[in-house]
Design a protein around this ligand. Structure first.
Ligand SMILES: *Cc1c(COP(=O)(O)O)cnc(C)c1O
Ligand SMILES: [Zn+2]
Length: 420
């Protein structure tokens, strides 16, 4: 396979099986031919070690400042991207006070071009897809990925076909459709949709199609590392002591942990200890349940509940998320829909950040972990708000609204008690 500019001078030197360690050349495959284990991008140690703080700081204010640590070519013109990233790191003093914490930050990844962190992973997958000569992007999605794939395809002038469960939030359906690609609503859960697209990817008709979270998944997944890199750089080139990450497939959680390890290995931050905590909703908590039971294997579930962006019942990175959490001394907890709604409202009230349901899950799990003593209120903590509340308005629409509705007269204002 010949690679186009999108993969020329790429610091990655191959794909590595996370299960048995077998190595493969950079190519659009995601499963090991020896053992069917998942493949991950590998880098030449020298390439990683050559990246400096000054080089990164001199780069653009988006994910591409870390191009020397990502599986892409070094020519910016070759990239398929909405240039996401470098999102705000918000010092959350009022939320910290409400929860009795000493030092808390919210990494607000709703501030991306399609309003979720998925733009980071799609920029890597779409760039790799172009590098391998694909002309169509596709995915199975719980919503945010669909939004981002359709938008990236539109920006690049590629075609797209996006598969979603038919019962997604109206906002996410409209946002997926508006960019003009093909949107396929499937009567079934995300796991049903994912099974369908895995079968499609094997057919001749879809040979020219890159499924961003399937055949180019190793490239896709590396995009999540940029969340971890930014966390460290925005803290002033150091690592936090605790992080709380929302979990669907488990990929984001494992990649933030990988980003911290790479920064230490590359000498970009001083070595320090960090603990990784995962956040799931009770309606879909297969990894939290495995953690609690002490199992290494994640038993699939049929998802329910309002946190639809996290509703993956058979999480591909489950065992690796469990490993990251156990290795660092963290844990994974799950919260119910009412706690999720209250988490959304607490973040909005205290910090002026309106997160989607996944953000509510994360805030509610933070609270739960503090109450159980699993998380140290005195240790510096970063939580991740991964999507925008405007995408999931229905979750809280019935709980908040106008304080009062009045006629447009002073008399009415006075009668409503607003001038007392
Ligand atoms: C996809 C998604 C996640 C987590 O995804 P992983 O599959 O665990 O990487 C978290 N939050 C939101 C809003 C998402 O859309
Ligand atoms: Zn293998």
């Amino acid at each position: 396979m010949t690679l186009t500019a999108s993969l020329v001078d790429c610091p990655a030197d191959g794909l590595v099986c996370r299960n048995c360690g077998a190595r493969y050349p950079l190519s659009p495959v995601h499963a090991c031919a020896e053992c069917f284990g998942p493949l991950e991008v590998g880098y030449a140690a020298a390439a990683l070690a050559s990246v400096t703080r000054a080089q990164i700081e001199g780069g653009p204010p988006n994910v591409w400042r870390y191009a020397g640590l990502l599986p892409v070519g070094q020519d910016p013109a070759s990239r398929v991207s909405l240039n996401p990233g470098w999102t705000p790191m918000v010092r959350a003093d009022r939320l910290a006070e409400a929860l009795g914490m000493r030092s808390l930050w919210v990494k607000d990844d709703s501030a991306n071009p399609t309003h979720s962190f998925k733009d980071r992973v799609v920029s890597m997958a779409a760039t790799a897809a172009r590098g391998f000569g694909y002309d169509r992007l596709a995915c199975a999605s719980t919503g945010n990925l669909a939004n981002s794939v359709a938008a990236h395809a539109a920006r690049a002038g590629m075609s797209s076909v996006v598969f979603i469960p038919a019962d997604l939030e109206p906002g996410k359906i409209v946002q997926s459709a508006i960019y003009g690609g093909t949107l396929v609503a499937v009567d079934g859960s995300y796991d049903d949709v994912n099974r369908l697209t895995s079968e499609l990817a094997e057919t001749d008709e879809f040979e020219g199609t890159a499924f961003v979270n399937q055949n180019v998944r190793p490239f896709y997944a590396e995009g999540s590392k940029t969340v971890g890199y930014e966390t460290a750089e925005q803290l002033g080139w150091r690592l936090p002591e605790q992080i709380v990450v929302p979990v669907a497939s488990g990929s984001l959680l494992t990649k933030i942990d990988k980003a911290f390890r790479e920064f230490v290995a590359a000498g970009l931050v001083d070595p320090s200890e960090w603990r990784v905590f995962g956040a799931q909703s009770a309606g879909c908590a297969p990894i939290a349940v495995a953690f609690e039971a002490g199992h290494d294997v994640v038993q699939p579930v049929r998802p329910t509940g309002i946190a639809k962006s996290l509703n993956i019942g058979n999480p591909a990175d489950g065992p690796y998320a469990l490993d990251a959490v156990r290795r660092t001394g963290g844990s994974i907890a799950a919260v119910g829909d009412d706690e999720i709604r209250e988490g959304i409202r607490l973040l909005a009230r205290t910090e002026g950040i309106f997160g989607e349901t996944a953000g509510g899950v994360t805030v509610a799990v933070l609270r739960r972990l503090l109450a159980s003593g699993a998380l140290d209120p005195g240790a510096e903590t970063v939580i991740y708000n991964t999507g925008d509340g405007l995408k999931t308005l229905d979750a809280v629409a019935g709980l908040v609204g106008p304080s009062v509705t009045i006629a447009p007269t002073l008399k009415a204002v006075r009668a409503a008690g607003l001038m007392d």
